[in-house]
Write a protein that binds this ligand. Sequence first.
Ligand code: ATP
Ligand code: MG
Ligand code: MG
Length: 381
Amino acid sequence: MQNVYVLGDGQLARMLRQAAEPLGVKVKAIGLESKLSIDSLKQELTQPTSITAEIERWPATPITDFLSSQPCFVNQTVFAQLADRYTQKKLIDRLNLNTAPWQLLPEEDKWQDLFNNLDKNIVIKTRTGGYDGRGQWRVNKDNINESLPKELVGEAIAEAMIPFNYEISLVGARNYEGEKVFYPITHNYHQEGILRASVAFSVNSEHQETKIASEHPYKKNLLKLQEMAENMLGSLLDDLQYVGVLAMECFVVNSDDGPRLLINELAPRVHNSGHWTQNGASISQFELHIRAICGLPLLKPIIYNTSVMINIIGTPINYAWLNHSLINLHWYDKEPRIGRKLGHLNISSTDKCLINEALDALFLNLPDEYSDSIEWVKNTL
Ligand code: ATP
Ligand code: MG
Ligand code: MG
């Protein structure tokens, strides 16, 4: 019996536990407020154990210090490096991978230079702690001085706004032997910096390969993008000597020479844009992470279906969503709050007509604010 401790007790830890249970792997989520005693933890660590995290950054407390200093804490040095956008961007640059032009936010008297150095539209992002689009300011030369808090100097990065055609992400995993596997790229739709919906196609079967050679802009470039993205994420995983699942979010910019991929950001963990794998892949991203960190067989997940994921954000649970047999609900049991991710719905099938039917059924039972996401999904399929 293997034990896994997860730093953090949110939905990602919950779904890791759900995926690990059938494997006979026991997952224990340790929240930052945990009252567990170090002595009882020490006792439990005499069993074969891996420690991982569902968050990128944590305050130093006796329990986080204890867990993160254990030799069985996987990817020990990676978290700090990727949790800070400044060191994350430096890593991407060092490996000569494409990303939005960027620099550290300089002293206020140099702010106007940013528009010459980077672009006329800039996004400022706090180095640490931002998620779901929080901790970001979109600025231009006319509003930067009044809209940006001065305390951000040195504590934020400035990056060029990329007029991307669309956004994708790639979730991949690496094991202790350095073997790597990847899912098909996921197409992502964000509103105000928060992920609303994802779509992923199979790139495994020949059947799908002929289908994706159609005229659709997403599908035409799919195989090329997949290869480019795997090469980029592969070099990051190897450079970091990473073990487990890591997600790479990218902007796709179409040009006459084909699509260009720019890395937006990296997340050293299972990722919201990989949630479709729970119902659309032979091995979900959660199981894949558990397999990798526990040294279990790491195999390429098989994907035959087209999959859709819709995030439930701030909307209370509604069991009418279950009135279509293709719809899978994953509810996180969190206190409802506006703007908070409370659950997600997965739809997965080889039959596009059935997926559309499920989306029509959902449309009737979701508030108006979901209609843009559903429309985007339908246009992407
Ligand atoms: P997450 O919840 O994914 O961790 P986050 O708060 O870390 O999000 P980012 O991923 O940096 O934020 O940005 C959120 C979204 O804002 C992006 O997915 C994209 O839609 C938009 N965005 C961010 N940076 C840029 C940029 N440089 N150019 C254009 N759009 C951007
Ligand atoms: Mg982020
Ligand atoms: Mg992001």
